[in-house]
Design a protein around this ligand. Structure first.
Ligand code: AMP
Ligand code: MG
Length: 504
């Protein structure tokens, strides 16, 4: 299949090294026609800016050995560690609703899969390592700012307990990349449960037909949902499992005010991890229509649209599975539709569970959905900062409503709501302080505030100063622990004209 694509023959890496990556490359050995073996473009002066020591250890690597020139060489793509088989994966996808039959890793290389210290199989991918046959005219590179942005926000999401790809390293290449202006080039090393996307299924369906989709689905089941292999209808069960994982994920996003920004089908991982931090950002003032991405002109991926887009994307996945679920097409469509029809309520179940804990509830009451929905009206009308509002609710539990009042333009509606809430809290068999502490463990005080992210990135890009980045990363690593001296990291500085860009 891939033979149709003519390679641009990127410049090869030079040396081979032995940093003990425990590679076991199942994708490379399973899907030969659906990727292209590739090399990274040589970086002229690679320098390691950031290494995730804890993650390196999880992967069975020696952080001290990698925090070195050898690490710079590996994480820039200049050196290929023993056992790596660099390749660019093919995928398709619906971008802003329109189908693109061939996307693929245009600026990324899968080095291989590592079995980590907990026996989990994880992809190690370089992002920004130069052009591949899938670059479609792009330069295959990444600028430092977006690389550090993915690092910060991804690690912030991880600390919030939200499934996500991780950042292992950020390297500056020493070469400029040309966007509107020349910018320092960089490479991010990303770790993922896998990089199989809804768009991977779309590509396999379009280019390989039923048999290839079957192979991919069997592979994805074995890798991500091994318990389903013996299910009565494994492919239907697989669809249900992916739907469940993605519904849970989007609910988690909604619970913290995260806007992915580019929920194209090629950016939705089958594993249920958050994938591809491009124009993403956290909402400040609660407003369901919030959009930050400069290219999302119609607000397709606005905060409040994410649950609907979840279903739209899963419908695209379902289409690829029709030939597998049942030999009778109508029956297959009926079965898949049955699952799809449940996604919104599955999503709502996860979202409501998250919201219950955010307002201090551990039990379920049929009126909770109304209570939570009405709270959103209070926030909306009062123009409350989403993150601080939930965080300060624990103060109200402790008897101090001022902290909440101060976040609202008008607080009367809150007082009315709070009477219902307090009544509902009385059904809980917990004392106020226990409830307040539990709330503080689920409502972050620190999220990647847009102004703080920009400050960290511009210090790094303009002044080669990684100080603000390191400090912000440290703060985001403990999002629930309010600490003296970190007030500025909690402070919202809403900027209605704030724009984000795709350009990793
Ligand atoms: P994204 O919007 O980051 O999900 O990327 C969508 C597609 O565009 C993927 O196939 C990327 O590999 C490709 N792409 C994005 N930026 C570049 C670039 N600078 N060079 C080559 N391909 C790119
Ligand atoms: Mg992408």
């Amino acid at each position: 299949m891939m033979k149709e694509i003519t390679s641009t023959e990127p410049i090869g890496a030079l040396t081979s090294m032995h940093p003990n990556f425990n590679f076991d490359n199942s994708y490379a050995s399973t899907f030969e026609d659906f990727y292209v073996r590739c090399r990274a473009t040589l970086a002229s002066a690679p320098k390691l800016l950031q290494l995730n020591h804890a993650l390196a250890e999880e992967l069975g690597l020696d952080p001290a050995a990698l925090d070195s020139e050898a690490g710079s060489a590996i994480f820039s793509g200049n050196a290929i560690p023993e056992g790596a088989e660099p390749l660019a994966q093919a995928y398709a996808g619906h971008q802003f609703g329109g189908y693109a039959p061939q996307l693929g890793d245009g600026r990324a290389l899968l080095l291989g899969e590592v079995i980590d210290t907990r026996q989990r199989r994880r992809d190690i991918q370089l992002k920004g390592s130069g052009p591949t046959p899938f670059s479609r005219g792009g330069d295959g590179k990444a600028a430092l700012g977006p690389v550090l942005r993915e690092y910060l926000i991804g690690e912030g999401m991880h600390a919030l307990g939200i499934p996500t790809t991780r950042a292992l390293a950020a390297v500056i290449t020493g070469d400029p990349v040309y966007r509107e202006i020349p910018l320092p080039g960089a490479v991010l090393t990303r770790v993922a449960a896998s990089h199989i996307r809804i768009g991977t299924f779309q590509f396999f369906a379009a280019r390989g037909g039923v048999e290839k989709v079957r192979e991919l689905a069997e592979y994805a089941i074995a890798r991500h949902y091994p318990g389903l292999a013996d299910a009565e209808n494994p492919f239907l069960a697989f669809f249900q499992a992916v739907a469940d994982a993605q519904a849970s994920l989007v609910a988690r996003w909604m619970n913290v005010g995260f806007i992915h920004g580019v929920m194209n089908t090629d950016n939705m991982a089958i594993s249920g991890e958050t994938l591809d931090y491009g124009p993403c950002a956290f909402m400040d003032t609660y407003a369901p229509g919030t959009v930050f991405s400069s290219i999302d002109r119609n607000g397709r991926y606005a905060y409040g649209n994410q649950p609907a887009i979840l279903v739209w994307n899963l419908t695209r996945l379902a289409e690829t599975l029709v030939p597998l679920v049942d030999p009778v097409k109508d029956r297959s469509v009926e079965l898949l539709t049955g699952v799809l029809e449940q996604v919104s309520s599955v999503y709502e179940k996860y979202w409501l569970a998250g919201m219950r804990s955010k307002i201090g509830l551990t039990t379920e009451d049929p009126n909770d959905l109304d209570l939570v929905n009405d709270l959103h009206w209070v926030m909306k009308d009062g123009k409350a900062d989403f993150t601080l509002f939930f965080r300060r609710l624990s103060q109200a539990v402790r008897g101090d409503d001022d902290a909440v009042h101060n976040l609202l333009e008008q607080s009367g509606a809150f007082d009315v709501w709070a009477r219902r809430w307090r009544k509902r809290l009385e059904q809980e068999a917990r004392d106020a302080e226990t409830t307040a502490q539990a709330m503080d463990r689920v409502n972050p005080i620190y999220i990647p505030r847009n102004h703080k992210v920009e400050e960290a990135l511009s210090a790094a890009v303009q002044y080669q100063d990684m100080g603000p980045f390191s400090k912000l990363l440290a703060v985001l690593s403990h999002p629930f622990d309010e600490a003296d001296g970190n007030e500025a990291y909690a402070e919202p500085v809403p900027n209605p004209s704030y724009k984000t860009f795709c350009g990793t």
